[in-house]
Ligand binder design. Sequence first.
Ligand SMILES: [Zn+2]
Length: 345
Amino acid sequence: MMIVFSDDFMKHEPPSYHPENPKRLELIIRGLRSNGLDYMLTGCECSADIRDAAVTVHSDSYVSYILRKLRDAPTWLDEDTYLSTGSEQAIKRALGCSVCFAERALNGEKITAFLLVRPPGHHAGINGVAMGSNSLGFCIFNNAAIVAKLLSQKGNVFMLDFDSHHGNGTQEIFYTDKKVIHLDIHQHPGTLYPGTGWPDQTGEGEARGTKLNIILPPGASDDIIEDVLSRMDLYLQRFSFDYIVVSAGFDAFLNDGLANLRLTEISYYNLGSYIRSIGKDKPIIVLLEGGYSVGLERGVPAFVKGLSGLSKSNEWLQTRSDDRAWVKYHSWREEYEGYILGLSG
Ligand SMILES: [Zn+2]
């Protein structure tokens, strides 16, 4: 397994304090080092023409708008989302590495790669702000969607997004595309930005049923994720796929800061391990989305251990959801499983 880092990913820098900042990657590297996993780190020199790469999934007008705004940097795109003078370089490298690794997978290499790209992407839709949300949520171009779109030329793609926020940009981009099965696990849209990712949002036309939204109650802990993972095979039984793309966010970690979930190393290890189990004979490309503090330093190494088949630490302590969270989880699970299993229309 490769963990792909470039100094350029650090060059997207906020003008003042902002949770999405270059220190996030320092936290990841520190976590990898203290877990003895830094030997997996590798560089990436690939660069892309921003327009060529971005129009894979975004509209011409949105790409032109961002290119214009990059010339005005430092600037804000909305109250959440900034561009700095180094953003262009960061974006070029993030898109370049995303395209390069997609090409390696298309050429038949059975790679497992985790790209530590910044800025993140899963809230960026076709025209930027997606599905009626009110901002780009720190995202500029949807790196993971670009990878999935490229891979879908040669086969079906299973896209898993476990960031605590719904990947509304990704869902919008593939809403009518049946070649990309998008399963998104996120905190209930009524309780967290961007307010999308409802169970009945299942895709349109021939893609109907290929978008799966799993909603978690605030307070959901490792025990609920264990239940979700134990049902994943059931959710995926209708599908076959050739590639796996993961939008990996670590902001559901207990006290990471932006969400109300209580996951620990145990859930991230189990997510990594589950992806490994379904991806044995398939290329797996993982792209960094959110995660702002402890989730990066502790969640990323645990995820990497699970994904690369290393053993779990017995020092990890499992969090447990309270009764209220379980009651909500059970009732919402019944609702979304109706859609996922094709029982509700
Ligand atoms: Zn997030």
